[in-house]
Design a protein. Structure first.
Length: 93
């Protein structure tokens, strides 16, 4: 079955490149260009390489925080007095 229709790369091609040492989507892209045009096949390549898991989804399944805690809010700005009016050239008459 085709994985990358842009370059005609099949699942067998991806597996062969992976056996040859291309064990990340970037290395697969370097080996055969799959994933470098429209990018629609990158997730399928990740799945074929066994890298299809989503760390955020796994954290959510374990009831852990998905995102780091938000930083403390910044202090409220204090209003400064407005500056003195500036004389304009056409007022000097």
């Amino acid at each position: 079955m085709y994985v990358c229709s842009c370059f005609g790369i099949t699942e067998a091609d991806v597996r062969a490149h992976a056996e040859g040492g291309a064990v990340t989507p970037r290395k697969i892209a370097s080996a055969c260009k799959a994933g470098t045009d429209c990018g629609g096949c990158v997730r399928r390549i990740q799945a074929l390489l066994g890298r299809g898991t989503c760390p955020r989804r796994e954290a959510a399944d374990r009831d852990e925080p998905v995102f780091p805690p938000a930083p403390a809010p910044l202090p409220v700005a204090v209003a400064l007095p407005s500056p003195a009016p500036v004389a304009r050239l056409d007022d000097a008459a």
